[in-house]
Each structure stands twice: as C-alpha cells, then as structure tokens.
Design a binder for this molecule. Structure first.
Ligand code: SAH
Length: 257
C-alpha cells in the first residue's frame, strides 16, 4: 500500500513494480507464445475478454490488434495499469480494451464475456478452484476460461527446493498430469494449452536482473536499494538452481462439461 495524504492507493509489493517495470508480459511467456495462445483460442472479432490480474495489458492489447477482440483488464498495480493504457494507445486499440486499477478479488462483470482469464495470478480467487469459480460468474454459457498456473516439472525432493522456487511448499503445485486431472475434477474439459519452456522462463526471470541493475544504478540512495541489491545478488543463481529445473508454467484453456 502506498500512502498519499489521506488516500490509500492499493498496490502490489514494491519489489514487483521495480523488478518487472520493463516487462510487457509478467509471466514466462514470450510474445510468440502469447500469439500462439491467441491463435489456439480461434478468437473472433466480436469476442469479449475479461482479464483479472492483467498486468501491463499485453494479452488484451495484442489480441485486440491481431484478432479484433475487445475486453477489460483489472490489475492492482497502478504502474502496470498505466503501462497497459499506454500500450493500448500505442497499438491503437483504446476503443476496444480498457484497464481498471483495483483489487480483482470478487470482480464480476454484468455483461457476460466469451473468455474469462486469470493468467499467473490465481491467488486473486484464493487458488485455482476459487479463481475458476470467480471467472465463471462473468462467463457466458459455453464460454472459455484461461488459467495460467505453475506446475512441477518433477517433484522437488525437499521443501527447501520448493521454497527455492518461491513456492510455500511442495504441496502448492502439482505435476502437469495431476494439474490437468484437477481441472477435470472441477468439472472442466481442458480444450487447449500452451506451455512455457526454459527459454521463455529465462526471458521472464533474466529480464528482471537488468531492470534491477539499472534501477540500482539510478537510485543508489533509495531506502529500498538494499532489498533490490540483495535480490539481484542472489536471484540468478537461485533461479538456475531451482525454478529453471523444477518449475513449469502454462495457460490452460477450460470449458465447463
Ligand atoms: N496476466 C499478466 C500479469 C501476471 S503477473 C501477464 O501475464 O502479463 C500477476 C499480476 O497480478 C500483476 O500484474 C499484479 O499487479 C496483479 N495482482 C496481484 N494481486 C492482485 C489483485 N488482488 N487484484 C488484481 N491484480 C493483482
């Protein structure tokens, strides 16, 4: 939370706004993978998309440009929402997409959408199950849900390794077949998926390092510099040792059975 006079502005922890300020996609997806997902969905120009945790808006903005869709993105970071609006302007799609700054927990739209997405932010609904329930309230019958979620490439043999991947514990994530089965258990068909790979993970993680280094060079006296320095010093090795070896990520396309 940032405190400005008497007004409290909702925000995400500052470290993310710093580390990911240069990211267009705040996930282990390259622009090519995001475009592949758009193709896989067979979008039509009249389709409307709700995106909870929309980050800097790259999914909605590029799909509006490439497939003519419209939609709303909701995100809690004022910085990312500003970047999303600027991106919509840059791509000439401000007539089709809009971005709202707020906590997306409980966010439901009146006019039902064709695609409801939560891509890499399922804590918004209290986990995968809760996020699917939340998204389904905004979704038309036969509509599509997109869930972006990590999974284990192989089960970490120790809790330390899980925590090295920024998981609270091994039980936070499933192996890919079990994650897919869990969607079935919730009453959904998995009708498509696009998965990250090590190269696309590297784009997400390694991009943070140069951003942090540039931020440190520009803000040596900032109160926060110590925290950013500690992160930059440890993140590359930790990533190579843990997440790069153990963590997968993908977007799963779901339709209610
Ligand atoms: N889907 C985007 C962003 C994923 S990163 C993309 O793929 O690029 C997770 C995002 O969730 C961040 O943009 C963060 O600001 C946002 N976020 C975190 N908690 C939130 C909340 N409670 N409500 C809305 N957005 C939230």
């Amino acid at each position: 939370m940032t405190k400005l006079s008497n007004e409290t502005i909702v925000d995400i922890p500052r470290i993310f706004n710093i580390m990911e300020s240069a990211h267009r996609i705040h996930n282990p997806f390259t622009p090519e993978k995001l475009a592949s997902l758009g193709v896989a969905l067979r979008l039509e120009p009249r389709d409307r998309i709700l995106d909870l945790g929309s980050g800097s808006g790259e999914m909605l903005c590029t799909w509006a440009r490439d497939y003519g869709i419209g939609g709303i993105g909701v995100d809690m970071s004022p910085l990312f929402v500003e970047q999303a609006k600027a991106r919509a302007h840059e791509l000439g799609v401000t007539d089709r997409v809009s971005f709202v700054h707020r906590d997306a927990a409980g966010y439901v739209v009146d006019e039902k959408v064709d695609v409801a997405a939560c891509v890499g932010a399922t804590w918004i609904g209290g986990g995968v199950r809760g996020s699917i329930e939340l998204l389904s309230k905004s979704l038309r019958a036969e509509g599509i849900i997109l869930i972006g979620e990590p999974y284990w490439l192989r089960l970490p043999p120790t809790e330390d390794i899980a925590q090295g991947c920024h998981a609270g514990s091994v039980s936070d994530f499933l192996l890919l077949p079990d994650l897919i089965a869990s969607f079935g258990g919730l009453g959904y068909d998995v009708v498509e998926m696009v998965l990250a790979n090590q190269d696309s993970w590297d784009r997400y993680e390694a991009t943070k390092w140069l951003t942090m280094r540039r931020w440190l060079d520009a803000n040596p006296d900032d109160d926060f510099a110590k925290e950013v320095r500690a992160e930059l010093t440890t993140a590359p090795e930790r990533y190579a040792k843990y997440a790069r070896e153990y963590l997968g990520w993908g977007v799963f396309v779901l339709m209610s059975r």
